[in-house]
Every structure is written in structure tokens, then in C-alpha cells.
Design a protein around this ligand. Sequence first.
Ligand code: NAP
Ligand code: ZN
Length: 347
Amino acid sequence: MIQVKGYAAQNPQTDLAPWDFERREVGPHDVQFEILFCGVCHSDLHQIKNDWFPGIFPMVPGHEIVGRVTKVGNHVKNFKVGDLAGTGCMVDSCQVCENCKQDLEQYCMEGSTQTYNSMERDGSSPTYGGYSNSIVVREEFVLHISEKLDLAATAPLLCAGITTYSPLRHWKVGKGHKLAVLGLGGLGHMAVKFGVAFGAEVTVLSTSPKKEADAKKLGAHHFVVTSDPEQIKAAAGTFDFILDTVSAEHDFNMYLGLLRTNGTMICVGVPPKPAEIAAFSLLAGRKSLAGSGIGGIAETQEMLDFCAEHNIVSDIEMINIKDITTAYERMQKGDVRYRFVIDIATL
Ligand code: NAP
Ligand code: ZN
């Protein structure tokens, strides 16, 4: 076994603290890499607090992982020692079901293996995430990272990036579309960058009036403060798409009212409690409410290559791992511009 240093939550009540653990030896199809940076996703906070379902503890969060390869198995074809490498939210899947065969491993019919708070395919070995100094992942779930981009700012692409890129591609959002990005946090700021890169007219819908200047700097064309009834009234019936990245309870019916006829609201945010949706909010204007989960491995590589080509990375604030609890508190308040990234050297 490989000895690893990490930070873990021992249960949903305690703060994260140093915790040493073991990972499997590098198998014939595995890649081991030294973790250099790991992004802090709101899903990390949801999961250590059991917001969605009872978690597997001790829990080492982190699924926006980048670093350099230190060892490869005998049968590994596409990575060598010294390469940059990344891993997102998944580390395995059945690989043979209809969805896996269509490069949709995130929708694996047997359930994909999540990078942490999940079990390996054996059903009994817990997975541990990127708030740690080394990881072992089967080759198919390791991504190539360009040397051209700032490495720390690339880490958030592995979750915030692909989770917003994938639905915008699936619904072919681009020129001629009015796209609203609901919530300007880690996911939201990447959605703005992609929406603008794809040619859409982008509006940020935010609870934080102070983020207007940032939204414009990110490329957004318009900014709506959602607590202002006048601004909401003016935006009614105007968007082809709303990409909802909100992490907390919010009024879906109000936002559905901002869609045009035939418009689509796509949920990527995962509030802890289910939303109440009135049928009238959908049938008046033949609207669709949809959802999207991360993205498949091939599409994640496509997104990383697109970012390298178009010089797109996340706007980050680097933190020492000792400050993770403060970072969570700030994220909970919407005070993150726009992704915390842990410098794993501080571990
Ligand atoms: P984040 O950085 O905390 O951003 C969330 C943003 O939502 C905040 O910055 C805030 O933006 C807005 N917000 C917060 N509370 C709100 C409220 N009560 N009403 C309206 N807006 C509110 O979080 P994130 O990392 O981007 O993650 C966002 C959500 O996506 C989380 O629930 C996360 O678990 C989920 N997620 C889903 C997937 C997937 O595969 N679908 C993948 C990753 C993450 P403003 O200040 O602009 O209002
Ligand atoms: Zn995430």
C-alpha cells in the first residue's frame, strides 16, 4: 500500500484535520500522480455535512485535482512519469453499459465510482479525494493537462469547468441565444466564460450586487440583481436558457418566469432540499426544466483542450490547507472570487 497524507472530516460535525491513510499500489492500468493543487467545490462542503445523503467517513474531499505523474503501470499507454495529469469527480465506472459506451460514464448504469465518498468497484474500499498529496487512478479516468495554462487555475476545470461546459454543448448554446447564468460562484463564473466563448449573449442573475463589475470583466453582457423586483420584472420572458448553479434553496418558479417560450432551465446546482415546481410555471410558454451532471471523460478532455486553445482558466484564490474551514465559511456566504484552490505543498 502507498502511504498518503491528507485532510479529512472524521464526521459531519467536525472540521477537516490532518489524516494519514493508504492507497492501493499502482496496478498495471493505473497512473499515480503527485497532487499539486486541488480546487474547493461547493459539493465538498455539501458532502462533508451530509447535505445530500449519509457520507462515508473519514472523508477526504476534493475532485478538482491536478499534478504530475510519478509512476505508471505496465499497461499504461498514454501517460509517462513527469506528465501533467488531472482527475475530476469520477475515478471509475463499469465501462460496458450503454451510457459508458457512449462516453457518458457519469451516467454509468451501475453507478460511476466517485473520486471520494464512494466505493471502488469492489463495493467495499472507500475512495479518497484530492485534499491529499498523491492519488492512484486507472488510466481511462486520468486527463491530460496542457503545460500552456496556469496549473493551479486549471484545477477547477475538472469539475466547475466540465459541469458548465457539458450542458452548454449538449443544448448547443451559442450565437443568437440569450443565456442567463444563475449564481456567480465557482460553476457560475466558468459558465459565463464558456457562454461568452460560444457566442451567446450572457446575463448573470445574482443575489450579490457587488459582483456586477466582476461579471462584466468575465465577459457577461448584462447583470440582474435577483432581489430587485423591478429588475426581475424587466427580465421576464427574455432568456432561451438559464443555467442554474445555485447551491441553496431558491424559487424555481420565479426563475422559470424569466424564460422565453420554449426556453430551458438547466439545473446543475444541487440544493440540499427538493424544489417545489408549479406545473403552470412550465406549461405557460412550453418550458423545459432539465438537469446535467458533470461530463464524460472524452468531453472533459475536449473541454480541457478547448480551454488550452482559448486560454480559459478559473479565477482563483489560492489557500493554505490550514485555512480550509474559513474557505468553506466564505463559500457558504457567496464570498469566493471565484474558486478557492488548495496549494497542496502546504499539507
Ligand atoms: P459556489 O461557488 O458556492 O457558488 C454558488 C453561488 O450560488 C453563490 O456564489 C451565489 O451566487 C449563489 N447562491 C448561493 N446561495 C443562494 C441563494 N440562497 N439564492 C440564490 N443564489 C444563491 O458553489 P459551486 O461550487 O459553484 O457549486 C454550485 C452548486 O453546484 C452546488 O450545489 C454544487 O454541489 C453543485 N455542483 C453540481 C455539479 C453537477 O454535476 N451538476 C457539479 C459540481 C457542483 P451569487 O452571489 O451570484 O448570488
Ligand atoms: Zn465539484
